[in-house]
Design a protein. Sequence first.
Length: 173
Amino acid sequence: MNMNEVETKNCPFCGEEIAYGAKKCKYCNEWLDVKESDFREPMMESSVSEMAEKPKKMTSVKVMSIIGIVLFSLTLIYGLVSETEDVDEIIGDGIVVVLYAIPFSIVALVHAGKRMALKVMSIIGLILFSLLLIGMLASETSDLEEALGFVVIANLYAIPFSIVALVQSIKSN
C-alpha cells in the first residue's frame, strides 16, 4: 500500500466510498459507528429488498378494494331499485356485504402501517360491520324498510371505505 492511499469502505447509508475510520459520511452527512459490522453490504441489500416488498404489501388491499367497490355498489343499487318484498333476501344481501367487509377491514388494518386514515376507517369498519352482522342475524324483523336500512348502512360506509383503502394502496406504491 502506498503512503498516499487511504483504506476505504462503503458508507452503510448511501453506499459511497469513504475513509475506513470516518466518523461521518462526507456525502450523506450521516454519523457512523465505526464498527466493522456496520459496513457490511447486506445492510444495503436488505434496504433494497424492503423497498421491493413495499408495493407487494398493499396488493391484497388494492384487489380487495376494487372487489369491494364493485360488490358494495351493486348490492346498494340492487337493494334500492329492487322491488322485492322478501325481507330474508334483503337481509341475506346485507350479510353477504358484511361477511366480505369484516375480513376486508382486517386486511386493511393489518396493512395500514402509518396510514392513519386507513387505520381509523378499518377499526370503525370492524366495529360497524360486526354490529350490523349481529343485528342482521338477531333480527326477526318483517319490516322491509328496516331490513333495507341494514343493507344501506353497511354499503354507505363500505363504499367510501373501499375507495380510501384503494387510494391509500395506490399511494403506497
